[in-house]
Design a binder for this molecule. Structure first.
Ligand SMILES: O=C(O)CCC(=O)C(=O)O
Length: 234
């Protein structure tokens, strides 16, 4: 898909919710080589091949430790330029109303069957703290393969970019997320909602980096393959 200029609706939705979904931001031809590279690397590293796990130690790791381990092991050369086109970068700068520079890119991989999907015990966090009104950075999440609901996509809590870093309400939300009880009703009372970044290969989510987000459990039978690039205010 050609990313055309941002519509006013996209801009106001991003400002209100803190994220924007660009369906089909990349065509299959752009993401397929990255998927093939990931599968070849998992096989070369004797982690996963032909639908089977080859490494008991990685398969048995706690889910989020496994993601960190695989991100460290499976690298893609020049990932940022493979997934972010000049049009997307222009859109990112327009959303941030400033010039952002790429800071870090990595693959986000989780093996299938990590256990039952849950909202309990997740690792909600922000990657940078910011006390400012302005957007400190935008993180792009790109689906390298289809990711079904409960298939291990990153979760974000839409609306949390508007909660002050030092304020009571952010602390309260973190407490609600930790306890897990009455989560849905607490969130809707606070006008917050959980976004699961699932979708089709080539879809992209752009996220204000003030949003709370977390890895999630991959309960599906497919490997979760995503990529992420962080852009920070220059
Ligand atoms: O989906 C994931 O593995 C988590 C991503 C994340 O938390 C991050 O990139 O900051």
């Amino acid at each position: 898909m050609q990313i055309s200029a941002m519509t006013p609706e996209q801009k106001s939705s991003f400002q209100e919710k803190g994220y924007l979904l660009l369906r089909g931001a990349l065509i299959k031809k752009q993401v397929r080589p990255i998927k093939e590279h990931i599968l070849a690397e998992l096989s070369r590293l004797k982690i996963w091949s032909s639908g089977k796990s080859l490494s008991a130690s990685i398969k048995q790791m706690p889910a989020f430790q496994q993601i960190a381990k695989l991100s460290g092991l499976v690298k893609q050369h020049d990932l940022q330029s493979k997934v972010i086109t000049p049009d997307t970068l222009a859109l990112i700068n327009a959303l941030a109303e400033g010039k952002l520079a790429p800071a870090q890119s990595q693959l986000l991989i989780s093996l299938p069957h990590q256990g039952d999907w849950t909202l309990n015990g997740l690792n909600w966090h922000t990657d940078i703290s910011s006390h400012q009104q302005r957007i400190p950075g935008i993180q792009a999440f790109i689906l390298i393969d289809d990711v079904n609901p409960h298939g291990g996509a990153t979760l974000a809590l839409a609306g949390t970019h508007l909660l002050s870093d030092r304020g009571e309400s952010r602390r309260n939300i973190r407490e609600v997320l930790r306890n897990g009880s009455e989560l849905e009703s607490e969130l809707s009372r606070s006008n917050l909602s959980i976004v699961e970044m699932s979708g089709q290969a080539g879809d992209m989510y752009l996220m204000d980096m003030r949003l709370l987000h977390t890895p999630s459990i991959n309960s599906s039978k497919n490997i979760r393959m995503m990529a992420t690039v962080r852009y920070l205010l220059a």
